[in-house]
Design a protein around this ligand. Sequence first.
Ligand code: ADP
Ligand code: ADP
Length: 224
Amino acid sequence: SLLLSARDLRKTYGSTVALNGADLDVSAGEIVAVMGPSGSGKSTLMHCLAGIVRPDSGRVLYRDLDVTAASDSERSALRRGEFGFVFQFGQLVPELTCVENVALPLRMEGVKREEAERRAQSWLERLDVADMARKRPGRISGGQGQRVAVARALVTEPRVVFADEPTGALDSLNGEMVMRLFTHCAEEFGTAVVLVTHEPSVAAYSHREVVVRDGSIRTTAGTL
Ligand code: ADP
Ligand code: ADP
């Protein structure tokens, strides 16, 4: 079933056209790899889909909700309740331990500390970073931090995961582990995954590849 649909998204920053009429549909259980050159609009597309950036025109629908017309509080509720994020930079809170970082989205939903940290710990185990639980992000490697960030994105069991180069800091084995975990969530829970990647080996795990060029979707391949 269709979860997200974007129609004719346009967004400019001053004289820079970031999105120039982008369309994309994402179904439940579908992993979509968004590829394309640097500066082509991939991040802006993801941010519009996720309700972080409002396009100048065009529309994003999430199920029955018009994300583009929703209020700030509706959009932040949507992001907290339905979406998970793995972004490249500044994702973990440096003052919190890794297990507290992963538990944070659950704590914001009102889950009690003990329960939230138990669930967080089990995701850290699945990503093979359980030993890092009591350390702060500054004390672990970039690759370990990226896996902690993936755990944090999945702990709330979101319907859609947005991931901007989620395997960029990982060696190939850990990259495969993350992609297998996304595949598992897609198959078991119907999680949709929208991921930006430059790596064909990562895109190979997707059901569909789309290429962004000059702010719009130029080619699509694959099936689901
Ligand atoms: P990609 O993710 O494919 O690298 P982006 O969506 O980040 O592309 O950027 C598309 C274009 O929009 C680029 O020229 C970028 O510099 C510009 N851009 C993106 N975000 C902003 C912003 N917040 N302010 C100004 N320009 C931006
Ligand atoms: P990516 O690797 O995805 O292309 P960027 O380094 O282009 O990432 O962008 C990182 C962040 O900076 C994004 O949130 C993007 O919106 C913002 N950004 C990109 N280009 C600009 C810009 N020219 N001015 C201000 N912010 C920008």
